[in-house]
Design a protein around this ligand. Sequence first.
Ligand SMILES: [Zn+2]
Length: 169
Amino acid sequence: MSRQLKKLLLNPWVVTVGAALLVDALIDIGIIRFVRAAIGGAFRLVQWLLQSRVAVWQITLLFAAAGVAWRLSHVARHTRKNRPVFLNYTTDTFDQIPYRWSYERLDAGCRIGRIAAHCPSCNCEIVRMQCPRCKVVYFANKDRAQLIALIRHGIGTRFATDGFTAVSE
Ligand SMILES: [Zn+2]
């Protein structure tokens, strides 16, 4: 910031008249009240920066840091939106019995949610090893740990597993 420019900008006339003109111009084109407040705030910030002994490189560094932070948050948002493909793998047949499950998204990755066996002929959920509709008994006797192992194996053999961290039961 050159000394002359600083002197010019810090001139009370420039600050007061400049602010007033700017605010008047904004009111004329119908800008709402909070924009006036924002402009006032920006003026005060510029004034403060000029008055305080903050070096230009420090201000530059501040803006650079803000830029980097914004970029990182943008990347993080984008990554969250990119759903891992394996989350579409929610059904498979183990020992002739179709199973369906869900995933729970966690900060650390994903966790396999509820797993349910289904009737191979009517697709109704099997309850206590029996289809409530067909009354057929199925030996859907795999426990949750076995099913999780099968599902994880399925994920591992079909998909790139980046981001998959199953939380142990
Ligand atoms: Zn059935």
